[in-house]
Ligand binder design. Structure first.
Ligand code: S3P
Length: 432
């Protein structure tokens, strides 16, 4: 599919977001491992990644149904997760395009007393899996993958595991979560040491459900524990919100309100950076829901100045960097994005995808091994760019498209289906 975009005179309105993808995965998986009443999960993430995690869990014995209009979710769909005995899947589990599904499920499956195989689409089968295989193997799991245990499909001969002490070579919430999920039913304590803090949804939710998890700076200690099921309302996805924030702050005549955004401090790096660049962002209605901070953001036309983004903040904004690269094009001076080599291992190589897309639209941009340098010229010319099959690139380039001086065509724009199926309709609805 191709989507053609033109610059509107103004951007204005209120948007609601799909549920946070990371929190939705934790809500479904942790409730699947817990004991107690069936759990209601409202505002679950949308799109193909939702199908991937639900289908994997159904294949190992979970009964997952959806309904509309219950007491937990008046207008939106609510998922009901009922646990029965987990069992060996009868077929290969398909994680589709979702790194979160495959890595977190590998942690779950490693601790189950049955055999399973998990795989995914072409993009997922090229992404590194040794980062989860190594620590889980140290715990006693038997996992094999293609290319010397590096790539999916993965075969997992699950069973009882031992607690370990593991110093993570990279800050990755997916790896950390796979180890935590495995360690909840291992023998003995597990200690994980992170190089930099990454998103902590698994720790927060497992604790909220009764798990014994102690956190001291970058060290997490998990004592095997039984979790209790819990109803969860998933907040809106800050990664999706950041596309609307960047659209508003870069357009000269814009004001957009985004409601119910998850504002966990391990995810708000992009908001901190954009504020430091001069973005007019007002946070309202801040509250805590199910142990997670949530609020509304009003984003308005702003005068931005380039900056350097590097070090500890990178894991706190890793999925928002494509949008920040667009904002850098509309800032005064240079923006340097460094220490972001992990972007090369996402749904596409996001350093190359953004470099090619923004270059095609006329940006002054250079690519480095671990980042991008952008000279803000306050304009993009428009032209053709491709999503490279990556939902976050499709959305970031969509925003670049409506900010460009002439028509922009986004190739493979259907990639938004992965996490935000009505993204293009919402983009239309805020244009004046
Ligand atoms: C995620 C963690 C991040 C992020 C991904 C979702 C998660 O990946 O990029 O979209 O839900 O844990 P890494 O853990 O690989 O950094």
């Amino acid at each position: 599919m191709r989507t053609i975009l033109k610059r509107p005179i103004a951007l204005e309105g209120e948007v609601t977001l799909p549920g946070d993808k990371s929190i939705s995965h934790r809500a479904a998986i942790l409730n699947s491992l817990a004991t107690g009443e069936p759990a209601h999960i409202s505002n679950f993430c949308e799109g193909d990644d939702k199908k991937s995690i639900i289908n994997c869990l159904r294949s190992i014995g979970l009964e997952i149904n959806s309904h509309i209009g219950c007491e937990h979710s008046k207008e939106k769909e609510c998922l009901l997760i009922k646990k029965s005995e987990l069992h060996e899947p009868r077929n290969i589990l398909d994680a589709g395009n979702s790194g979160t599904t495959i890595r977190l499920m590998t942690g779950v499956l490693a601790a189950q007393p049955f055999f399973s195989i998990i795989s995914g689409d072409l993009s997922l089968r090229s992404r590194p899996m040794d980062r989860v295989i190594k620590p889980l193997t140290q715990m006693g799991a038997k996992i094999l993958g293609r290319e010397s245990n590096r790539l999916a499909p993965l075969s997992i001969d699950g069973g009882s595991l031992q607690g370990i002490s593991y110093t993570m070579p990279i800050a990755s919430a997916q790896v950390k979560s796979a180890i935590i999920l495995a360690s909840l039913s291992a023998q003995g304590k597990t200690t994980i040491i992170e190089p930099n803090p990454s998103r902590d949804h698994t720790e927060r939710m497992a604790k909220f459900m009764g798990g014994d998890i102690q956190i001291n700076e970058n060290t997490i200690v998990i004592t095997p524990s039984t979790l209790k099921t819990n109803n969860i309302t998933v907040p809106g996805d800050i990664s999706s919100a950041s596309t609307w924030i960047v659209a508003a702050i870069c357009h000269p005549n814009a004001k957009i309100k985004i409601k119910n955004i998850g504002l966990n401090p391990t995810r708000t790096g992009s908001i901190d950076i954009l504020k430091a660049m001069g973005a007019k962002l007002t946070i309202e209605n801040k509250r805590i829901e199910n142990g997670e901070p949530v609020g509304d953001i009003i984003a308005e036309s702003s005068n931005l100045t380039g900056t350097e983004i590097s070090g500890e903040i990178i894991p706190k904004m890793i999925d928002e960097i494509p949008n920040i690269a667009v904002a850098a094009c509309f800032s005064k001076g240079k923006t340097y994005i460094k220490d972001a080599g992990e972007l090369r291992f996402k749904e596409s190589d996001r350093i190359e995808s953004m470099f090619q897309g923004l270059s095609n639209l006329g940006a002054e941009i250079k690519h480095e091994v671990d980042g991008l340098t952008i000279n803000g010229t306050h304009k993009l010319n428009g032209g053709y760019c491709n999503s490279f099959g990556d939902h976050r690139i499709a959305m970031a380039m969509g925003v670049a498209g409506i900010l460009s001086n002439s028509e922009t065509t986004i190739g493979s724009s259907e990639a938004v289906e992965i996490s935000y199926p009505n993204f293009w309709e919402t983009l239309k609805s805020i244009q004046r």
